[in-house]
Design a protein around this ligand. Structure first.
Ligand code: FRU
Length: 627
């Protein structure tokens, strides 16, 4: 932000504005035709109008006056008293004069004095908690991954994006791409909020044959248009196509392509997939508390097939962001269908989480293997949501979650950039005690993040406690720890504690009496940033047994997973720490646990401990990670 401020307020810039005043009309003129409306006349070919934001202010309405569908009213928290950061409003190329209108901003607001024209927008300054090696946007707000597709060696990751602030609002599809799932390049916005509505979540497919009529090899994006009409929420599915490998999209003139037959107001997040036995495209869409299947021959007209979900899994809930794919069970070799159902609320630990159902599908109906009251979780942390998978990755099923929880997503301690995605994970199916489960292992590409292995001079077995502060010194805040251990028959608890000199600590341990693995962030650093304790989502929920810890709010909690998902007595733990995130994978992803953390200083000490009996430590490896 420093560079940007310097650029904005440099005397040079001020001079160029006042010089131009003499001969030409002023570069920018602010008019207040009445009490609520402000009109800004811009007579300049510059690329951006930089808008000052004050996050605590209510949204006011801003629009570029024009006749493009994206020239719609935007909701922006323009600064009134002080400035937190700036956001760029892109001015239409080659069009000057341009008019911007604002409704509802006090005439005395500081924004009028400080908004500026510029040709560049500097995104180099990063928030303290911005991750070092995870995907996050260049600035602004991000939630769900959208339209993930692999084409010609490139992974495209679109995402729910607000370019005009770092709280939820103004949904666009942002766009990043990568050749290795690790190094991401940011691109121009892919789909803009328009007069039909916000651009909500959805998916993308490769139309190799040109079935939809837009040409061979077109990328088709399916998304939800969300709007409010006369106080009532309206959601419908829309289509856009790209003929330049996902860089730019044209919205289909016949949008919306699918509205709900029963007028349900929560009808969103379409995921399109190919179903070979019927040689047909299918779409799965969330509709309140169920998922609906549709089928199409031409990728534009969709016919209703069936629904699944009402009364299944954790409750109360709201179904969102579905995915549907086949996996081959690594234990039995059998192929099964997996339905991903992201739910909010309903998370075992409160708020939003990713649930799944395993079953069969015959092109008509999905039949789950589990009873309605059973909920299976893809991740046992509290910050794993909206996971969906890439289209067109052959035998691999690669998913990416958004790392946050709707209970507090808007108030986490970030400023100019709020929103991070988790590590890419390969999903797999395994059977334990006769039940099918979906596991999530870090994709193999993640290993390329290992910059250096730091030696840990560990003894071969852990006694009561071993201090490892020296090994961790200078490791900063981006590392991977890999431990393989076998607790003895009498061991009651074995684990590790990451801590810093301020007393922040993150214990992760196997509780062998309760047969759980737990990550406890109650004292992990900043835990109270405006979050409150909401009544829990489920009435009777044994997941809420929180080891006697007194939880102050929705963030300060411990999350745990049942060790019954593992086999044998040896546990391999992989822990990834990246400034504000801790992702844990046990036994190759049979258990995954993703949590946000906000240590006030990087954890500098690692302590391993074993209680009740010795633990055999087979290996301990520590890697510094980076891009
Ligand atoms: C899930 C979700 C989706 C919706 C999007 C809006 O996090 O609520 O259902 O499409 O976010 O940003």
């Amino acid at each position: 932000m420093r560079k940007l401020t310097a650029l904005l307020f440099s005397p040079l810039l001020a001079l160029s504005i006042s010089c131009s005043k003499r001969s030409n009309p002023p570069a920018m003129e602010i008019l207040h035709p009445n009490d609520t409306l402000t009109r800004i006349e811009i007579n300049s070919p510059q690329r951006y109008l930089l808008l000052p934001i004050e996050e605590s202010q209510p949204e006011v309405q801003v629009r570029l006056v024009g006749d493009r569908p994206e020239d719609t009213w935007l909701d922006i928290r323009l600064a009134v008293d002080s400035i937190d950061y700036y956001v760029p409003l892109a001015l239409p190329e080659g069009k000057s004069p341009t008019t911007v209108e604002i409704i509802g901003l006090d005439r005395k607001a500081i924004s009028y004095e400080k908004m500026q024209l510029a040709d560049t927008f500097d995104t180099s300054a990063k928030d303290y908690y911005c991750p070092a090696y995870h995907h996050s946007p260049a600035y602004g707000w991000m939630n769900d991954p959208n339209g993930m597709i692999y084409k010609d060696g490139v992974y495209h990751l679109y995402y729910q994006y607000n370019p005009y602030g770092s709280k939820w609002g103004n949904m666009y599809w942002g766009h990043s791409s990568s050749r290795d799932l690790i190094h991401w390049e940011h691109h121009d916005l892919a789909l803009a909020r328009d007069t039909l509505g916000h651009i909500f979540s959805g998916s993308a497919i490769l139309d190799k044959q040109g079935t939809a009529g837009f040409g061979k090899d077109a990328i088709l994006a399916y998304y939800t248009a969300h709007n409010t009409h006369a106080g009532k929420q309206w959601q419908a599915q829309c289509l856009a196509y790209s003929l330049d490998n996902g860089k730019t999209f044209t919205k289909y003139a016949g949008n919306p392509i699918l509205t709900p037959f029963d007028g349900v107001s929560d009808f969103r997040d379409p995921k399109v997939f190919w179903y070979a036995p019927e040689k047909s495209w299918y779409m799965i869409v969330s509709a309140d508390k169920e998922m609906r299947f549709y089928r199409s021959q031409d990728l534009k007209k969709w016919d209703y097939v069936s629904a699944f979900g009402e009364g299944y899994g954790a409750r109360p809930n709201q179904f969102e962001c579905p995915d549907f794919f086949q996996l081959t069970d690594e234990t039995t070799g059998k192929e099964k269908w997996v339905m991903i159902v992201n739910i909010n609320p309903g998370c075992a630990f409160g708020g939003s989480a990713t649930e799944y159902f395993v079953g069969s599908f015959d092109g008509k109906e999905f039949v789950p293997e589990t009873a309605p009251e059973i909920a299976h979780w893809l991740d046992f942390g509290k910050d794993h949501y909206a996971l969906v998978t890439f289209h067109n990755t052959g035998a691999r099923t690669i998913g990416i979650p958004w790392v946050s929880n709707w209970q507090y997503a808007n108030v986490t301690p970030f400023k100019q950039t709020r929103g991070t995605n988790g590590l890419p994970r390969d999903l797999f199916l395994f059977t334990k005690d006769g039940t099918s489960y979906v596991g999530a292992r870090p994709s193999k590409e993640v290993e390329a993040l290992r910059k250096e292995q730091v030696s840990l001079s560990l003894p071969q077995s852990i006694g009561e406690e071993v201090r490892l502060s020296d090994a961790l010194k200078g490791l900063e805040d981006s590392f991977e720890l890999e431990l393989e251990l076998t607790p003895a028959a009498k061991t009651t608890r074995v684990g590790l504690v990451l801590s810093n000199e301020l007393g922040d600590e993150l214990p992760i341990y196997l509780d062998l009496e309760k047969e759980r693995i737990t990550m406890d962030r109650t004292k992990s650093g900043l835990i109270d940033f405006g979050t409150k304790a909401t009544p829990h989502d489920r009435e009777s929920n044994d997941w809420r047994d929180r080891d006697g810890v007194n939880y102050q709010n929705d963030f300060a909690i411990a999350t745990w997973a049942p060790l019954s998902l593992c086999t044998g007595k040896t546990y391999k733990l992989r822990l990834f720490v990246d400034r504000s995130m801790a992702e844990l994978f046990v036994q190759g992803g049979r258990i995954a646990m993703t949590n946000l953390i906000f240590p006030r200083k990087p954890y500098s000490t690692l302590r391993l401990y074993s209680e009740g009996g010795a633990t055999q430590l087979h290996s301990a490896k520590l890697y510094r990670l980076g891009l």
